[in-house]
Design a binder for this molecule. Structure first.
Ligand code: NDP
Length: 425
């Protein structure tokens, strides 16, 4: 079916609902979040590790600059560019774009993780001081922030050469600050190399587990062996990253790929925010060792296991249903019809709450913080931030689903009244 010419056009500025606080958010967030990254790293290594300390710990300029950090960061991005281009794994098609075309994506992120792991083991075998990443964390983060800004400027400029149907709905308001922040072009590519898809799950996400491993090595240097808490944090977060890359194809149907333009918000999130704030627990444990009993560790492993089970099962159920609703694992689930022809699940995991995958994710987030004990707030930063992010994301998704499915969505909300936490929210 040929798409109508209206469907090809991005929304005009006046009917676009601005997100993240509109222009004010687009000015404040790109200042506030990079400062927050540097602040949190400083706090995690200060003896007090207090986020409330006044004046706040902020790095001096010479703490932010190290040419080795620039070489390592650019080398890391170059390595993952090469791994992306290697003819490994299958090639999948994304959802249909507004012009009816489907883009092709290499599903080889898990190969990238494994090859990076082998290379790291080789380097460790050769005596590479991976624990030095602890000292390099501030300059690495500063470099990732600078790369995010420069890359976002490039994306914004190049978007003016993109055809109008390649722009994101909502990213083309005409307000340069907002469009730079939210992203104008939906799927910017250089040839077949998809810049957004590449950044979503590779350099930042895999970088996160490498930084964690660096923290573990640093702890081993300082105390002879890594602590139980450090081993748990590393293992849980490696499982999370490994799972995301093993199921890489699922990212092709997410809001980030399908709906959001590629601008500062996603670039910074992928390249700076995720690798340098998601693993703060490991950085904290280097300077603030915690005793963890076998019973405590077992309970935390159990919590992470339950969270992971809910997260994986619910995501897989929806993905399977969207790919093939007649598959035996989902064919018997109760659904409601929508005017678009797509159906909505109202039983199984998606009949429990409207975002069971967020519930599982949040339980895991809590399990990542608990090995750090209860003496400080900093290791709980991730779970607090992530709760806010997922509540906000749920509201965005809800708005989009209501626009897409209209009255069928309202029926679903009546049938499944809770959003994330059963009987609570
Ligand atoms: P979801 O996987 O939750 O997908 C939402 C979409 O699912 C909706 O837009 C709708 O799309 C479809 N849907 C909603 N309800 C139903 C239903 N009842 N039946 C069938 N389809 C339904 O999107 P996210 O991208 O937000 O999350 C994916 C995963 O990534 C989650 O596990 C989340 O926790 C995780 N995540 C992690 C982040 C991190 O930083 N660690 C950040 C963001 C997400 P349609 O109908 O068009 O198919």
């Amino acid at each position: 079916m040929r798409p109508s010419s209206q469907a090809l056009k991005p929304k005009s500025s006046h009917d676009t609902e601005r997100e993240f606080g509109g222009t004010l958010g687009a000015i404040c967030i790109p200042i506030f979040l990079p400062v927050t990254v540097l602040f949190l790293i400083c706090v995690s290594r200060s003896p007090e590790a207090s986020v409330l300390q006044w004046p706040p710990s902020l790095p001096s300029t010479d703490q932010l600059w190290d040419p080795l950090a620039v070489v390592l960061l650019l080398g890391w991005i170059a390595l993952h560019t090469l791994l992306y281009l290697m003819p490994l794994g299958k090639v999948s098609e994304g959802l249909a774009l507004r012009d009816g075309k489907r883009l092709k994506y290499p599903i080889n992120g898990f190969h990238g993780l494994c090859i990076s792991g082998v290379l790291l083991m080789l380097l460790l075998g050769l005596g590479a001081p991976l624990g030095y990443l602890f000292e390099l964390m501030l300059p690495l983060a500063a470099c990732a922030i600078a790369v995010s800004f420069l890359f976002s400027v490039y994306l914004y400029i190049r978007s003016f050469w993109a055809p109008s149907h390649a722009l994101a709905l909502g990213g083309n308001t005409g307000n340069p600050l907002y469009d730079f922040f939210i992203g104008r072009e939906l799927n910017p590519r250089i040839g077949n190399f998809d810049l957004k898809y590449f950044c979503e799950l590779r350099p930042g996400l895999i970088g996160w587990v490498v930084i964690n491993l660096g923290m573990l090595m640093k702890e081993a240097e300082l105390r002879g062996s890594p602590s139980l808490g450090m081993i748990l944090v590393n293992s849980f977060q490696l499982l999370y990253v490994g799972d995301a890359l093993w199921n890489e194809e699922a990212v092709l149907t997410t809001m980030d790929i399908v709906h959001d333009g590629f601008g500062f918000m996603l670039v910074f999130g992928d390249l700076a925010w995720v690798p340098f704030t998601y693993g703060l627990q490991a950085a904290f444990l280097v300077v603030h060792p915690q005793a963890l009993s076998a019973l405590g560790a077992t309970a935390i492993i159990g919590l992470n296991g339950i969270g992971y089970y809910i997260f994986r099962k619910s995501n897989s159920q929806k993905n399977q249903f969207r790919r093939d609703p007649t598959h035996p694992s989902v064919a018997r689930l109760e659904t409601i019809a929508t005017a678009t022809g797509k159906r909505l699940l109202v039983s199984g995991w998606w009949g429990l709450v409207r975002h069971p995958n967020y519930l599982g994710d949040l339980l895991m987030a809590l399990a990542w913080s608990l090995p750090c004990g209860f003496s400080h707030l900093l290791p709980y930063f991730y779970v607090i931030y992530f709760t806010v992010l997922l509540i906000h994301r749920e509201a965005r998704d809800e708005r989009q689903c209501r626009a897409k499915y209209g009255v069928a969505w309202d029926t679903y909300c009546r049938r499944v009244p809770y959003r994330i936490f059963p009987y609570i929210y």
